[in-house]
Write a protein that binds this ligand. Sequence first.
Ligand code: MN
Length: 498
Amino acid sequence: MNAPSPQIWFITGSQHLYGPEALKQVSANAAAVAHGLNDALDANIAFKPIVTTPEEIRKVCQEASSDDTCAGIITWMHTFSPAKMWISGLTALSKPICHLHTQFNRDIPWAEIDMDFMNLNQSAHGGREYGHMLTRLRIPRKVIVGHWEDEQVRADLGAWCAVATAWQEMRALRVVRFGDNMRYVAVTDGDKVEAERVFGMSVNTHGIGDLVAVMDGQSDTRVDQLCAEYADLYDLMPALHKGGERHASLRDAARIELGLEQFLREGGYGAFTDTFEDLHGMKQLPGIAAQRLMAKGFGFGGEGDWKHAALVRVMKVMSGNILESQTSFMEDYTYHFDPAGARCLGAHMLEICPSISGHKPRCEIHPLGIGGKEDPVRLVFDAATGPAINASLVDLGNRFRLLVNQVESVPMPKPMPKLPVARVLWDAKPDLQKAAAAWIHAGGAHHTGFSLKVSVEQMESLAEMAGIECVTIDESTDLRSFKQDLRLGEVYYGVRGI
Ligand code: MN
């Protein structure tokens, strides 16, 4: 699944009060900032001519809205730019906004500063006039403050550009479900029509037979080639090697992967779900196939969970590097209630993305215990360690909520030789007791998108772009105020009608 690379437009506001010479300088400075950011960031930042009238502002906002290659706009007020000029444009804009509150010079030129300099460099108050209008129009946006050459400013801008790119991806995302939701399960289900209205993504189902037909059409040569690739990339169990007693199962797994990938690519699908309750015509539940397709950038959700399949795909785009996204489908599995520090073991029956692995994965075959099919082949590994997040998208009946928990992936204290699945052990912030209680109060799912790359701030930006609530659980979470935030959210998002 290719990494999308749309443009982010760089739009600079000014006005005609200061004369043509000043505007020439504004334009040159704006171009220098835009090009400097484009060179420094892993984003495609396009300089647009400065805007100085309501007509110019409306035109560029309309163009940004209708241009599919534009994922969002960065706006900067180099001088004062009276904000009534922006009303018509901003109300026509349908793309995310980042307000870069910067100025061309980093320092005040103490010895040379005069009124010409003051006229030219008015971001400090120009940005407030502009910000007032965005607030008055109730338009959510990211505000980044600091000099444009500052490392933190650039990091924040780059992170926001990746979110805008991911949001653009979500607007057009196609999710395919093989089989329905796991019987009786609540949180993985939801309103797919409302999801398309709010997020743009479409979610549709194919009977498993449609997929099986594509799997059966894969040539033995391609199956052999993929088995050789498995042997090259992973530590294969001896029985799975060519000539080994379980090699036929590896070939079945490879056939499933080839069929799934062809089906997804031909259908233009960026994410998929399956369920162990509907595998008619398949020999085994997709294990290594789902894992490797996730590593290629596809979103996945188990048991028909289309919301987290979509979220995993979107978070992979948000990571900024689709093939090294360190982002996976995840499930809170079992706890370690050690008084010295409680931990949660995250895993799934099979489907954890190897992009989060801390080492070369092992390729193994073991019984599944449910589904009544043959033993599935899977990749087994311990996750890499470091700061991470778990994110969950839930349907509350009248609206969606995004829930994010800051966690720390920590080393396994002991080996688990009998556990045949990929796993991650995390220390939830502020601690497991408060984090799990808050998560449960917020109605979060047992499924999540887990990422070692995507930040809490990025998830907040995504929720703002979608116009939905984002609830975060981190080091500063206090349960009493957290519950109060949930109550306030019911009112605020209820009033907004989202
Ligand atoms: Mn599950």
